[in-house]
Write a protein that binds this ligand. Structure first.
Ligand SMILES: [Zn+2]
Length: 547
């Protein structure tokens, strides 16, 4: 009898088979819908008591923004941490509630992010125009794009080079050398100190209040349209501000957000704006492609030959005279113009006028032509014949207004906006592509190669249109490179040798023919016909009369 074989396993040991777990679908982040956010100012009917209570929040709000900005700034500067609006704000010293602190933190972080977005292209420009080695430039660009300006540790890609020495991106990563990071820090510091200064966000008098501290309610029991419930510094105390809509607000498409912008002006006036959100209009597929040039006589010239906004320059010149006189008076009295109330009011008026005109003209163009796309050059307003101060002012106001309006046109109507390099647009011929500074004489354009004559602004607009069509937007190039590329296009088109366009530019100006009006020419007796003494006509060529 044998002992029961307990050693025999009752369960057969199976070879280890890894059972594949049901595969989870990879987490796909839902695409963030670009949203159009528009702010509309509404009329309010708050009594002085309510206004005073809301205005009472502002000093504490400003102090909180200052503390939040200091906190976020220190973390970014010392540790390279990103500006982040979800950071726990309990350690921020403030007399406001935690909800108000979060609102202030949102506003401060939005301001800092916006500042950083202005810094990045400046840093990129310095890197691009430097004479650093190519790979170092690529590393710096990468770090700049990933906002690693003050990081002490960061990863950069491993670059791959093909047989022609062209650099391509690989999936490999390596730690960034400390000296690269230090160089980026130095460039950023330079930009911060000399180009885009850090905003003092606590100086704002506008409070961006989200749903936790300000609720928008549709009014059902009164003649007003909305009630805005704003929390105050006293716990439990809420101020209800009655608001009335207006034509623009009511007509604007979009969903009303539970968000309010409350501005307390220096004179104690309260301004309330509400926000509507909606998805942007789909891109237009049909319509003309329009090109616009900032003209010298009119605000815009189109490639169709129109001149729009003709009243702008005469008005600006008139105001410029006033502005120059006022500046001179203030300087004689030793007053800084920016501190003068009248001077500031005049600047506001000019900005408002330019913005209004830009809006009016672009609206008209959109209504009349129903374009599919609009092409503009990066704007430059220096040719208006005005004082440097005025040029600076309208350059800033005009550029901001045009940028804003074109963005609005894209969002509202789905019109695509293209930008092209402005270099040499006023000197290039829209007909043959020849570039010569002598092509343009004031408002007139006459090509020295093909003889085309037309209005200089219309020519500019047509060159802009051609740069878009030719795929020659040339945006990243400097003036010299743009000229080289335009010359190459011109030479290829007309079958000329390389370098011939530059030679054509060096041709001396043709002497004017002898005419009775040309007095100087009349003084020199013209040579007699040398072919035969029997001919008494004054000419150089052999003509029938000589034979
Ligand atoms: Zn020409």
């Amino acid at each position: 009898m044998t002992a029961p074989d307990t050693a025999v396993p009752t369960v057969a040991v199976l070879p280890a088979v890894r059972v594949a777990a049901p595969r989870r679908a990879p987490r796909v982040k839902p695409p963030t819908k670009p949203t159009v956010i528009r702010c509309y100012r509404l009329g309010h009917h708050a009594n002085p008591g309510k206004v005073a209570k809301v205005a009472g929040v502002l000093p504490a709000y400003q102090a909180t923004i200052r503390a939040v900005q200091g906190d976020q700034w220190a973390r970014w500067l010392m540790g390279g941490e990103k500006f982040w609006n979800r950071r726990d704000p309990t350690h921020i010293p403030s007399t406001l509630s935690a909800r108000y602190k979060r609102s202030a933190q949102n506003q401060a972080v939005a301001g800092l992010d916006s500042w950083l977005e202005q810094v990045k292209p400046m840093v990129a420009g310095i890197i691009r125009n430097s004479n650093l080695p190519g790979e170092l430039k690529a590393d710096l660009h990468w770090l700049n794009r990933s906002a690693a300006h003050h990081k002490t540790v960061a990863d950069i890609p491993v670059w791959d080079y093909d047989e022609h020495g062209r650099r391509t991106l690989t999936t490999g990563r390596r730690p960034a050398p400390p000296e690269t990071l230090a160089l980026l820090r130095r460039i950023t510091k330079h930009v911060r100190h000399h180009r885009v200064s850090v905003p003092k966000l606590w100086r704002t008098r506008t409070m961006c209040l989200d749903g936790t501290v300000a609720q928008v309610e549709r009014a059902t029991d009164s003649s007003f349209d909305f009630w805005l419930r704003v929390s105050t510094t006293t716990p439990g105390q809420v101020v209800r501000i009655p608001l009335t809509g207006n034509h623009f607000f009511d007509r604007a498409a979009g969903e009303l957000s539970n968000f309010a912008q409350v501005t307390v002006r220096r004179d104690g006036e309260l301004r309330v704006s509400l926000v509507k959100r909606r998805p942007p209009a789909p891109p237009r597929e049909h319509g003309v492609d329009l090109a616009l040039d900032w003209g010298m006589r009119s605000m815009f010239a189109t490639d169709l030959g129109e001149q729009l906004g003709r009243s702008l320059y005469p008005w600006l010149r008139r105001v410029d005279t006033e502005l120059t006189a006022l500046t001179a008076t203030l300087q004689r009295q030793g007053i800084k113009p920016s501190t003068n109330k009248r001077f500031r009011a005049m600047q506001t008026r000019i900005r408002g006028y330019v913005t209004n005109e830009v809006g009016r003209v672009v609206n008209r163009l959109v209504t009349v032509h129903q374009p599919r796309s609009i092409t503009v050059e990066k704007l430059d307003f220096r040719d208006g014949g005005m004082s440097p101060r005025m040029n600076r002012l309208i350059t800033r106001a005009g550029r901001a207004a045009v940028t804003r309006k074109l963005l609005a046109v894209t969002e509202d109507h789905g019109i695509t906006v293209h930008e092209v390099n402005p270099a040499h647009t006023s000197r290039e011929c829209a007909g043959c592509g020849y570039v010569d500074p002598r092509n343009r004489q004031g408002l007139h354009f006459r090509c020295r190669f093909c003889g085309k004559r037309l209005n200089a602004d219309t020519n500019g607009a047509r060159v802009i249109a051609s740069r878009r069509s030719a795929g020659a937007a040339d945006l990243p190039y400097g003036r010299k490179a743009v000229l080289r590329r335009a010359d190459t296009r011109f030479e290829t088109r007309w079958g000329l040798h390389p370098g011939q366009a530059a030679k054509l530019r060096q041709r001396p100006k043709k002497r004017r023919s002898t005419t009775p009006n040309n007095r100087r020419a009349r003084q020199v007796p013209p040579p007699a016909c040398e072919v035969t003494s029997s001919c008494s006509n004054d000419h150089y060529e052999i003509t029938d009369c000589c034979r």
